[in-house]
Design a protein around this ligand. Structure first.
Ligand SMILES: *Cc1c(COP(=O)(O)O)cnc(C)c1O
Length: 382
């Protein structure tokens, strides 16, 4: 995009005061020695990585975490140079050398990655900060228990040569959002034994960690030296089984708003939007909301997504199109430009991202993360 779009069409308000309060709430939930890594991957779940990272640090976060090395390097390039930044999703050929120069904590899950980071350490003449990831049962990234001795042994050999320092041992949980799921205790057992193996072999990690937001909120035995909350930093409950954001003491950070672009009277029996999946039952008024699936409004929420206009929550009439959707305003005639609130914290009667997740058969993580680049982020509380 070449121009910053006007925020009247649509805007995502990002309440940095709420974000800071969420970080302080998380801080109060963990023991004083436990460090907090604010996860700011995927542009801080759609909220804007650099501003959210700064606000999280102001509120007491100690580390930042990203998925890709490019996300982590962008934080360094923005001047965030005095805190540890970890990134965990590497692909062969990624810039390990730049990661070393930037002092990133780089996750290694297997031998190909260890070989690439060691080669980059030799080439740059600098020691790499490496965190070894264990697959304790998630079955995604991470080193299987059977392959752990080889990975730990090779990492220690490189450490002895001064090529790297193993700064962390870590893993990730599969079902932390389902309290008491049997896999949780099983993963913690495997994690403890993989830690024990590595530490007996001579690894002296600065941090050991496995907890995401749900584990930070509900599982103190999973906190170890550091927790890695993502979604909770943005004020959203990690899942319905854990309670609402309000019950967890969290406040949603993003509000998605648009200005109604047209209000008009139509007769009964009028089809609305592509496919005519909605037909007016009586003479009524329609309001056009100028955001669509290109802006991250899920097409799957056609006929279901909730939107507050005035004092009334309306349901999307018919299909969500690329750039717009329609509301049946039931005869009301708000002025064009009137604010339509798709979601927000929920305390003024507006829907929440969690309500949209229900309407679109997904999770609130996906709702906020997919808000498109065409929607300007407007920061409050900077
Ligand atoms: C995304 C992510 C997190 C944060 O998860 P939330 O459920 O958003 O708290 C933590 N650790 C890893 C490895 C992740 O990929």
């Amino acid at each position: 995009m070449t121009e910053t779009p006007p925020p009247r069409r649509a805007r995502a308000e990002i309440d940095l005061g709420a974000l800071r309060a969420n970080v302080r709430t998380l801080r109060a939930r963990v023991a004083p020695h436990v460090r907090i890594m604010a996860v700011v991957k995927a542009d801080a779940y759609g909220h804007g990585a650099v501003r959210c990272a700064r606000a999280a640090l102001e509120a007491g976060a100690d580390w930042l975490g990203t998925a890709t090395p490019h996300e982590a390097l962008a934080l360094r390039a923005a001047g965030i140079t005095d805190v540890p930044v970890m990134c965990w999703l590497w692909t062969p050929g990624d810039p390990w050398d730049r990661g070393i120069e930037a002092g990133l904590d780089m996750s290694v899950s297997g031998m190909w990655a260890l070989r690439e980071v060691v080669a980059a350490a030799r080439a740059t003449g600098k020691s790499a900060r490496v965190q070894l990831k264990a697959d304790t049962g998630l079955g995604r990234n991470g080193c299987q228990p059977a392959d752990w001795p080889e990975l730990v042994g090779e990492a220690l050999r490189a450490e002895a040569e001064g090529l790297l320092k193993v700064t962390g041992l870590w893993s990730h949980l599969a079902c932390a959002d389902e309290p008491h799921h049997p896999s949780i205790a099983a993963q913690l057992d495997v994690f403890r034994s993989m830690l024990d193996y590595a530490e007996k072999a001579g690894v002296e990690p600065e941090v050991r960690h496995i907890a995401n937001s749900p584990a930070t909120l509900t599982l103190p035995e999973a906190h170890f030296d550091l927790v890695r909350p993502g979604i909770a930093v943005y004020g959203i409950s990690p899942g319905p089984e854990l309670g609402t954001s309000a019950e967890l003491g969290l406040r949603p950070v993003m509000s998605l708003k648009a200005g109604v672009a047209l209000v008009k009277q139509v007769p009964a029996g009028h089809g609305v939007s592509y496919g005519h999946h909605y037909v007016t039952g009586t003479e009524t008024t329609l309001g056009l909301v100028p955001v669509g699936y290109a802006d991250g409004v899920p097409r799957h929420a056609s006929g279901r997504g909730p939107v507050l206009v005035g004092d009334t929550v309306r349901t999307i009439a018919g299909r969500v199109a690329m750039d717009q959707f329609v509301l049946d305003l039931g005869g009301e005639t708000p002025e064009p430009g009137t604010e339509a609130v798709l979601f927000g914290p929920g305390d003024r009667g507006e829907p929440t991202a969690e309500d949209w997740a229900v309407a679109a058969d997904t999770i609130a993580y996906e709702i906020v993360t997919r808000i498109g680049a065409r929607v300007p982020r407007v920061y409050l509380g900077e």
